[in-house]
Design a protein around this ligand. Structure first.
Ligand code: ADP
Length: 658
C-alpha cells in the first residue's frame, strides 16, 4: 500500500517565464549612428599658372642679363679708371725719374767746357802730351760724375780726346759731326740728343756744349749719360713703360722686344730723318704690330700681340721724347667679370631665398587654413554628436525608468509565487514523507500482526524476533526521515564500506512481503565474490528499494493489461575497474522513450493522482551522485526497463581485485 499525495506538479523556477518576458528588451539595444570619422575633404590644389609664370621668368632673365651686361660695363669702366689712375702715377714717376736724371747732367757740359785743359787741346790737338793729359782729365771727371763718356770734338766733328781713350771702342779719332748735338752746340750753344752709340753701340743721352776760346768757339765737349739703369728699373712691374722719339720709334722699353720698333707707320720721311741723325746707328728698324682703338672714356688703347693695353702718354719736350705707360686691361676685364659673377651669384641666392621664403609662407598659410577648416569640422561633429548623445541619454533614462517599474512588478509577482511555492513544497514534502514511510510502516504492521499471532500461540521467542525487526524498521524510518530532511542535497554524510550482498539481503527482507504478495520473482546474481561498495548503507538500501518498488509498480501495471506476463526482476552486479556496475531489469512495459530524460526530475511521475510523488528516482539519483557514482535508465531490447547503477568500489575491494 502506498500513501497518496497531492498531484505532482512541475513548476518552473519562481517566476521564470514571467521574468524572461520582462527582462527581454522590448526593442533592440540602441546604437547611436556613429559614423566613422573621416578626414576633412582636401581642397583642390590651386591651378599652376604656367603661362604667366614662364613669361615672368623670361622677363626676369632678360632683365637679369641686361643688368649683368650693364653691371659688367660699369665694373670694367671702374676697374679701368682705377688702372688709369695707377698708370697715371706710374707715368708721373717715370717722367720725374727721367727728368731728374737729365737735369743732373744738363749743365755739366757748360761747366766742363770752361776748363783750361779743353782749351789747351783744342788749341794744339796734335801735341801728344796735351792729348794724354786731356784724356786723363776726362777719364777722371767721367769717373767722378758717373757719366757714361765725356769727349772733346774739334770744329770738324773729330774726337780729339775721350774718357774712354784706352777702351776697345774708343771714341778718339771718330767723327760725329752728323749728330744733332754737335751741330746744335755749335749753332745754339747747347746740344741734346738721345741715340744708340755708333761706336760703342750703347744707348745714351748726349749733352753737347761749345768750348770757347776768347769769344770764338774752338770745339765741342760732349757728355753721354747712360739710361740703362732707369730702363732696368721699369722691368718686372705691372706696367710697360716705353719712351718714343719724335718719329714714334721706341727708344727705351721695359719690354725688350719692343726696343727700336716703330709705333707709327714707318714712312719714307721718317726713315730719312732717322737715317740723317743715325740715331739708331745701323739697327734695322721695324714696325711694331700694333692696333689702336679707343677704350671707355675715349682712352687710347693699343693691342699688341693679342694683349690689350690702355695707354697713358706724356711728352717731355725738353728731352724731345714722349713717355708712355701701357697697362694691360685683361686684369680689369677679369676683375669686372668676377665681380659681376659674384654679384649674380649673390642675387641668385637672394632670389632663391626669397622664393623659398614665399613658398614656405604660402604653404604655412594653406596649412593654417586647412587646420582651421578641420577644427571647424570637428566642432560641428562634436556638436552633432553631443545632440545625438543627449537624445540617446533621454531614451536610456526612459528605458531605465520602465525597467525599474517592471522590476517592481516582478518583485511583487515573485513574492506571491514564493508564497504559493512554499505551500506547494509543504504539501509535497508531506506527500514524500508518507511515501517513504508507508512501506516500513506496512512491514512493521505485518511483523506486529505476526507477533500477536505468535504470542497468542505462545511462541514468545519468535514473537520477540518479529519485534526486533519492527525496531530495525523504526530505526530505518528515522534514517529516512533524516534523509528527507536533508533532501536539498547535503552530500556531507559520511561514506563507509558497504558489502553489496548485505544491502541486497536487507532490501529483500524489506520488500519480501510485497514480492510474495504480487508473486514477483527476484533473481539476484552478485557474482562469485559480491563487491563491497564505498557508500552509505542506509542510502544504498533506499536507492535499491526505490528502483525495485518502481519495477514492481511497472509490472503490476503491465499485469493488469496482460496477465500472461511473468513478473521477474533481475539484479546483477559486476566489477568494472574501480566501480561496481549494478543492473536492475524488470519485465514491465518499460519507459516511454520520450520520458527517459525526465524521470529523474523531482516530482516527475506517471503514476496518477494519489499514487506517485515523483521523488523516488530523484532522491536515488542524488544519493548515487553523492557516492561519486551514476544512475541511468533505459529499456532492454527484450522489453522492460533497465536501471544501471555505477558505484565506486570500496578501496579494500578494489585493492583485493587488483
Ligand atoms: P513515483 O514512483 O512516485 O512515480 P519515481 O521517481 O520513483 O516516482 O518514478 C518516476 C517515474 O518513472 C514513474 O512515475 C514511472 O513513470 C517511471 N518509472 C520508474 N521506474 C520504472 C520502471 N521500472 N518501469 C517503467 N517506468 C518506470
Amino acid at each position: 500500500p502506498r500513501g497518496g499525495g497531492p498531484p505532482a506538479t512541475r513548476p518552473n523556477g519562481p517566476g521564470e517565464g514571467h521574468a524572461a518576458g520582462v527582462w527581454k528588451s522590448p526593442k533592440p539595444c540602441y546604437h547611436p549612428p556613429m559614423s566613422a570619422p573621416t578626414a576633412p575633404p582636401l581642397r583642390p590644389a590651386p591651378a599652376r599658372l604656367h603661362g604667366p609664370m614662364a613669361l615672368l621668368g623670361a622677363l626676369g632673365l632678360i632683365l637679369a642679363l641686361g643688368l649683368g651686361a650693364w653691371g659688367y660695363d660699369q665694373q670694367r669702366r671702374a676697374a679701368l679708371m682705377e688702372l688709369s689712375q695707377r698708370g697715371e702715377s706710374t707715368l708721373n714717376l717715370a717722367v720725374a725719374v727721367l727728368r731728374g736724371q737729365l737735369e743732373r747732367y744738363r749743365r755739366l757740359p757748360g761747366l766742363i767746357a770752361q776748363q783750361p785743359q779743353l782749351r789747351r787741346i783744342l788749341a794744339d790737338p796734335r801735341d801728344p802730351d796735351t792729348v794724354q793729359a786731356t784724356n786723363a782729365f776726362l777719364q777722371a771727371t767721367n769717373r767722378l760724375l758717373q757719366s757714361s763718356d765725356i769727349y772733346v770734338m774739334g770744329l770738324d766733328g773729330t774726337t780729339l780726346a775721350a774718357s774712354n781713350f784706352d777702351a776697345p771702342h774708343s771714341f778718339v779719332g771718330g767723327n760725329f759731326a752728323f749728330r744733332p748735338y754737335f751741330q746744335d752746340a755749335l749753332t745754339r750753344g747747347e746740344g741734346r740728343f738721345f741715340a744708340l752709340g755708333t761706336t760703342s753701340l750703347v744707348r745714351g743721352y748726349y749733352f753737347g756744349a761749345p768750348v770757347r776760346d776768347q769769344d770764338a768757339i774752338a770745339g765741342v765737349v760732349v757728355f753721354k749719360v747712360d739710361l740703362d739703369a732707369i730702363e732696368e728699373s721699369w722691368r718686372g712691374s705691372d706696367y710697360e713703360v716705353i719712351v718714343t722719339d719724335p718719329e714714334g720709334i721706341v727708344f727705351m722699353s721695359s719690354h725688350p722686344d719692343w726696343t727700336y720698333a716703330a709705333t707709327l707707320p714707318l714712312t719714307a720721311e721718317r726713315r730719312a730723318r732717322t737715317e740723317a741723325t743715325r740715331r739708331y746707328a745701323d739697327t734695322d728698324l721695324r714696325a711694331l704690330a700694333l692696333a689702336r682703338h679707343d677704350g671707355p672714356g675715349g682712352m687710347p688703347h693699343w693691342r699688341i700681340d693679342g694683349q690689350d693695353y690702355m695707354v697713358l702718354s706724356q711728352p717731355m719736350p725738353e728731352a724731345d721724347w714722349t713717355v708712355h705707360v701701357l697697362t694691360a686691361t685683361a686684369g680689369a676685364t677679369v676683375q669686372a667679370a668676377t665681380r659681376v659673377a659674384v654679384a649674380a651669384l649673390l642675387a641668385g641666392l637672394a632670389v632663391l631665398a626669397a622664393v623659398i621664403l614665399l613658398q614656405r609662407r604660402a604653404r604655412m598659410t594653406e596649412r593654417l587654413a586647412l587646420q582651421a577648416e578641420a577644427q571647424a569640422e570637428l566642432e560641428r561633429r562634436v556638436t552633432a554628436r553631443t545632440t545625438e548623445l543627449a537624445s540617446v541619454n533621454r531614451q536610456l533614462e526612459a528605458e531605465v525608468a520602465e525597467r525599474r517599474a517592471a522590476e517592481t512588478r516582478l518583485r511583487a509577482t515573485q513574492d506571491e509565487l514564493i508564497q504559493a511555492g512554499k505551500l506547494a513544497a509543504l504539501g509535497q514534502m508531506s506527500a514524500a514523507l508518507s511515501h517513504e514511510f508507508n512501506q516500513p510502516l506496512g512491514a512493521a504492521r505485518n511483523y506486529a500482526e505476526n507477533a500477536q499471532l505468535l504470542m497468542d500461540r505462545g511462541r514468545i521467542a519468535e514473537a520477540r524476533g518479529n519485534i526486533d525487526r519492527i525496531f530495525d524498521l523504526i530505526e530505518r524510518m528515522g534514517a529516512i526521515a533524516r534523509h528527507l530532511r536533508n533532501f536539498a542535497r547535503k552530500p556531507n554524510a559520511r561514506l563507509s564500506d558497504v558489502p553489496l550482498a548485505e544491502a541486497v539481503a536487507a532490501v529483500q527482507e524489506l520488500l519480501g512481503w510485497r514480492l510474495a504478495a504480487e508473486r514477483v520473482t527476484l533473481q539476484v546474481d552478485l557474482g562469485a565474490a559480491p563487491p563491497v561498495l564505498r557508500a552509505g548503507p542506509v542510502r544504498l538500501q533506499q536507492v535499491l528499494v526505490n528502483i525495485l518498488t518502481n519495477a514492481m509498480d511497472a509490472m503490476d501495471a503491465a499485469a493488469q493489461k496482460d496477465t500472461a506476463t511473468e513478473r521477474r526482476i533481475t539484479l546483477t552486479a559486476r566489477r568494472d575497474g574501480a566501480n561496481a556496475v549494478i543492473r536492475i531489469a524488470d519485465t514491465g512495459a518499460g519507459i516511454a522513450p520520450a520520458l527517459i530524460p525526465r524521470i529523474f526530475d523531482p516530482f516527475f511521475s506517471t503514476k496518477g493522482p494519489g499514487k506517485g510523488l515523483g521523488l523516488g528516482l530523484s532522491i536515488s539519483y542524488n544519493i548515487v551522485h553523492d557516492f561519486g557514482g551514476t544512475l541511468t535508465a533505459d529499456n532492454a531490447p527484450e522489453g522492460g526497463a533497465v536501471f544501471v547503477l555505477v558505484v565506486p568500489l570500496a578501496e579494500a575491494d578494489h585493492r583485493d581485485a587488483a
